[in-house]
Design a protein around this ligand. Structure first.
Ligand code: EPZ
Length: 429
């Protein structure tokens, strides 16, 4: 396994281009299951989670071919409709094949995702929605099996809100299954994330009839079949936010190209509250950093509020801010693994009951730290860029799940970061 070795303090400069969205691509690739025609998905990031999703599609009878950042797909057989545990356990989002399989083939078996470091990952809302459409749900040895009764799925009105509000992938799964249901389905308390909108737009390009995506009420008029599609996924707003924070935390005026500022409203607002100005020219965002950011208060909630996936990265910036910040995590209350590692770098963070109090310090000090999940890993890299001295970040395979060539792209901006075998001794970055 590899680690990153970062020598902090370098100023960054130049432009970095945002890749396609991981969280749009994962459910959109599952639409390949919903048609017998060839599909081409463009602008995909080359990351581990997409490779896992492709393996899941292959086990489900989808032939795939990479052509640079394009994935060409075609269903060649439909005999297996079970997404295997050994793949879904490495990527919870594998559950997003459930709705497409059920809608198109009338049955689907997916291993229950289980938990991960950011918290339990239940799928009760997914199953509630599919059952409301008429699916018969059963459980068997850690798998959930959904089957369509004779007569097919029937459109209905479904309230899909949970105790943490809307659910992104539950909305995706129910929307996909409803595409082939007889009649009209209304999803109330639907997730409004841009990635849900991208999925709905892709399905409509395939011949679906979906209205209201991006609002809490999505209406799906059932159709009989879908065509193939050529689709380019939206830019990754979480990656864009990560790079904006990289500029702010190193006091560097870098430019992020190919972003969608309209997908980043809450993040841009928080950065501005912290004294970080962002100049917008179309899809180019240029960071104008203060000498030292101000503290802020945020609460993560479903879109368009502050995204939980940017909670750890913004906490790294808060760690060196002037004043005391407050982070309330309302989506995954246990998602504070980054705090313990940031404290190893000298951050002063107290976590209690889904809240983190961050007392800003002047400087962080490099130290060996460990990534526990994708966004925690990114947060540790950001903190290391600003820390004095050397930081070694282990278990970077978490980062590689969702950030393509992370260290290479940061190095191109002037960051002193390199990859080394995990057992590597220290030495120059
Ligand atoms: C998506 O996960 C994202 N993943 C996550 O990004 C993101 O953190 C999350 O949405 C929240 O924005 C993908 O899109 C592939 P949820 P998802 O269902 O859909 C609870 C990353 O780092 N819930 O919106 O699985 C759940 O426990 C990843 O890129 C239920 O209670 O999240 C959570 O508290 C991490 N029952 C809340 O809802 C359910 O059936 C929101 O989760 C489903 C969810």
């Amino acid at each position: 396994m590899d680690c990153f070795i970062v020598e902090g303090g370098a100023r960054l400069s130049g432009t970095i281009h945002v890749n396609g969205s991981k969280n749009a691509a994962l459910p959109i690739l599952a639409t390949a299951l919903m048609t017998d025609e060839p599909c081409h998905y463009h602008g995909l990031p080359v990351i581990r989670d997409l490779q896992t999703q492709v393996k899941i599609l292959n086990t489900l009878g989808v032939e795939t071919r990479w052509e640079g950042r394009t994935l060409a797909t075609r269903v060649v057989d439909t005999y297996n409709s079970t997404a295997p545990y050994e793949l879904v356990k490495t990527m919870r989002a594998g559950v997003c094949v459930l709705g497409p399989l059920l809608g198109r083939r009338g049955e689907a078996t997916v291993s229950l995702p289980g938990g991960c470091v950011i918290g339990e990952r239940p799928i009760d809302l997914h199953l509630k929605g599919l059952a409301a459409l008429g699916a018969e749900i059963s459980f068997d040895q850690g798998n959930v099996r959904a089957r369509v009764p004779r007569g097919g799925l029937r459109g209905t009105t479904i309230y899909l809100g949970g105790k943490f509000g809307s659910s992104v992938l539950a909305t995706d799964n129910v929307m996909c299954a409803a595409v082939f249901a007889r009649g009209t389905t209304v999803i109330e308390c639907a997730a409004c994330e841009p990635e849900v909108v991208d999925l709905a737009n892709c399905l409509n390009a395939m011949g679906a009839e979906i209205e209201g995506a991006g609002s809490p009420r999505i209406t799906v008029h059932g159709v009989r079949r879908l065509k193939g599609v050529e689709w380019t996924v939206i830019p990754d707003r979480i990656e864009a936010a990560t790079f904006l924070i990289a500029g702010a935390i190193t006091r560097s005026s870098i430019t992020i190209g190919g972003a969608r500022p309209d997908h980043l409203i809450a993040v841009l607002d928080t950065l501005r509250q912290m004294g970080v100005e962002i100049q917008q020219r179309g899809q180019r965002l240029t960071v104008v950093p203060p000498a030292r950011p101000r503290a802020a208060e945020i609460a993560t909630m479903p879109y368009p509020a502050f995204p939980t996936d940017v909670q750890a990265p913004i906490m790294s910036l808060m760690a060196i801010a002037d004043g005391t910040s407050l982070v309330t995590e309302r989506i995954f209350p246990d998602r504070f693994m980054a705090a313990a590692e940031l404290k190893r770098l000298g951050a002063r963070i107290t976590v209690n009951n889904g809240q983190a109090v961050v007392q800003g310090v002047e400087r962080l000090q490099g130290a060996p730290v460990m990534a526990s999940d994708l966004r925690c890993g990114a947060a540790l890299v950001l903190a290391a860029l600003a820390a004095e001295g050397e930081t070694r970040i282990s278990r970077i395979y978490h980062i590689e799940r969702g950030y393509e060539r992370f260290e290479e792209r940061l190095r191109r901006l002037g960051a002193r970061i390199r990859r080394a075998p995990e057992s590597a001794s220290g030495g120059e970055a």
